[in-house]
Design a protein around this ligand. Structure first.
Ligand SMILES: NC(=O)C1=CN([C@@H]2O[C@H](COP(=O)(O)OP(=O)(O)OC[C@H]3O[C@@H](n4cnc5c(N)ncnc54)[C@H](OP(=O)(O)O)[C@@H]3O)[C@@H](O)[C@H]2O)C=CC1
Ligand SMILES: O=C([O-])C1=[NH+]CCC1
Length: 340
C-alpha cells in the first residue's frame, strides 16, 4: 500500500469489515475464513494496532496470489487429551484454525480447568490480542505465542534465527476491560520497522544491526541484510527461544529459521505455529480473582505508571466507535479497487 497523504475520512467498523471480507473473497479466501480475517484486520485498525491493520492487506494479497497460503483451508482438529487439542491449519491462516477449536477449547477448560491448543502449519500475520480478548471477556486467563520469519539475531550474533515472536497475555479485571498485553520479543516489530523505513525515520540504536553486524539506527539497513535484535538482550532472546519451543517445536510447526518461501515470490505470511494456553482462574480457589487483579492494577497506577498495556487500545476503540475509524480517502479507494 502506498504512503498516502490525502484527505481523511471516517468509516464504521462494520463497513470496513465488509469491505475487507470482499477483498479476501476476491483473492481466493473462503467466505467463512474471509469473515474471520476481515473482523480481525478491521479490529486492529479500529483499535490503533496499525502495524497489523490495513497496512497488512497487500501482504495478505501477495501471499494468497503467490499460492503460498491456502485461503480456503479447512482446519483439522485432533482431540489428544482431556486438556489438549492439536489443530492442523492445513497451510491456512491461524485465526480460522483457532476459531474452529474455540468451542471445544472452552468445553475443555470448563472440564479440566486448563487447556492447550497447539496449532501447526498455520500463517499468523496479525496482532495476537484479538485471539485472546474473547477468552478474557468470558472470565478466562490466556496466553499465546507465535513464531514468525527469521529476522531477529541473538545478542552478539549477526544472522537472524528468531522471528519477531510475539507473546500475548490476557486476564479478566473486575469492573473494567480485560488487561491484555501483546508484544514482539524483538526490540521492534517487523511491521513498525517497515513503517519507519517507509516514513524515512531512524529507529533507536539497539533496534537492530546492519549486514556487517554493526548497530544501526537506519531501518533500511536493518531490512537490507541486517537483523533486528531481541528486546532486553539475553532476556528477550530467552523469551524468543521459548516461543520457538512452544509455538514451533511443541506444535509440530516450522521454526522461524525454517520458513522458506523462495519458490513463492510475493509471499509474506510466516508459516509456523501457535500455542494458546487457557486457564480457568476459578480453579485457583480465589472467588475474588478478578477483583484481586483490579486491585493490583490500581496499585500499579497509584505507584505512578501513567499507562498500562491495552489502555491506549481501548481508548482508540472508544473513539473509533464514536467517530468512525479514521482512514485516508485514497487508502479507502485503493481498498475498494481491490474488492472487485
Ligand atoms: N503475527 C506475528 O507474527 C507478529 C505480530 N506482532 C504484533 O505486533 C503488535 C505490535 O507489537 P509491538 O510493536 O511489540 O507492541 P508495542 O510495543 O506497540 O506494544 C506492546 C504492548 O505494550 C503496551 N504498551 C506500549 N507502550 C506502552 C507504555 N508506554 N506503557 C505501558 N504499556 C505500553 C501496548 O498496549 P496498547 O495495545 O494499549 O498500546 C501493548 O500491549 C502486537 O499486537 C503483536 O502481536 C508482532 C510481531 C510478530
Ligand atoms: O510485525 C511483525 O514482526 C510481524 N507481523 C507478522 C509477521 C511478523
Amino acid at each position: 500500500m502506498a504512503d498516502h497523504s490525502g484527505a481523511l475520512m471516517r468509516i464504521s467498523f462494520q463497513a470496513l469489515e465488509q469491505l475487507l471480507a470482499a477483498i479476501f473473497v476476491r483473492h481466493g479466501v473462503s467466505e467463512a475464513n474471509a469473515t474471520i480475517l476481515a473482523g480481525n484486520c478491521a479490529g486492529c485498525e479500529r483499535d490503533g494496532s496499525l502495524s497489523h491493520g490495513l497496512f497488512r492487506i497487500p501482504g495478505y494479497i501477495s501471499s494468497l496470489k503467490s499460492g503460498w497460503v491456502d485461503g480456503k483451508a479447512v482446519p483439522d482438529i485432533e482431540d489428544v487429551g482431556a486438556a489438549f487439542m492439536r489443530v492442523d491449519a492445513r497451510n491456512g491462516f491461524a485465526q480460522p484454525a483457532l476459531a474452529a477449536a474455540m468451542p471445544h477449547l472452552v468445553d475443555k477448560v470448563v472440564a479440566s480447568g486448563v487447556a492447550v491448543v497447539a496449532i501447526r502449519d498455520s500463517h499468523h500475520f496479525s496482532a495476537l490480542w484479538p485471539d485472546l480478548e474473547p477468552l478474557a471477556r468470558s472470565g478466562l486467563v490466556a496466553l499465546t505465542m507465535v513464531s514468525g520469519l527469521a529476522c531477529v539475531a541473538p545478542p552478539g550474533g549477526r544472522s537472524a534465527v528468531f522471528g519477531t515472536n510475539p507473546i500475548a497475555f490476557a486476564t479478566p479485571v473486575a469492573g473494567a476491560h480485560p488487561l491484555i498485553y501483546d508484544f514482539a520479543t524483538s526490540a521492534m516489530s517487523n511491521g513498525d520497522l517497515r513503517l519507519a523505513a517507509r516514513a524515512g525515520h531512524d529507529v533507536p540504536l539497539g533496534t537492530g544491526v546492519n549486514a556487517s553486524g554493526e548497530l544501526t539506527g537506519d531501518p533500511k539497513a536493518i531490512l537490507a541484510g541486517g537483523a533486528l535484535l531481541p528486546f532486553g538482550g539475553h532476556k528477550g532472546a530467552a523469551l524468543s527461544l521459548m516461543v520457538e519451543v512452544l509455538a514451533s517445536a511443541l506444535t509440530g510447526g516450522q521454526f522461524s529459521s525454517e520458513v522458506d518461501f523462495s519458490n513463492h515470490p510475493g509471499a509474506e505470511t510466516p508459516k509456523t505455529g501457535q500455542i494458546v494456553i487457557v486457564i480457568d482462574p476459578a480453579r485457583g480457589g480465589n472467588k475474588l480473582f478478578a477483583e484481586r487483579v483490579a486491585k493490583l492494577m490500581g496499585s500499579v497506577r497509584d505507584a505512578g505508571q501513567p499507562r498500562l498495556p491495552s489502555d491506549r487500545r481501548y481508548r482508540t476503540r472508544e473513539a473509533s466507535e464514536r467517530d468512525g475509524i479514521s482512514l485516508q480517502t485514497d487508502t479507502y479507494e485503493y481498498l475498494v479497487s481491490l474488492s472487485h
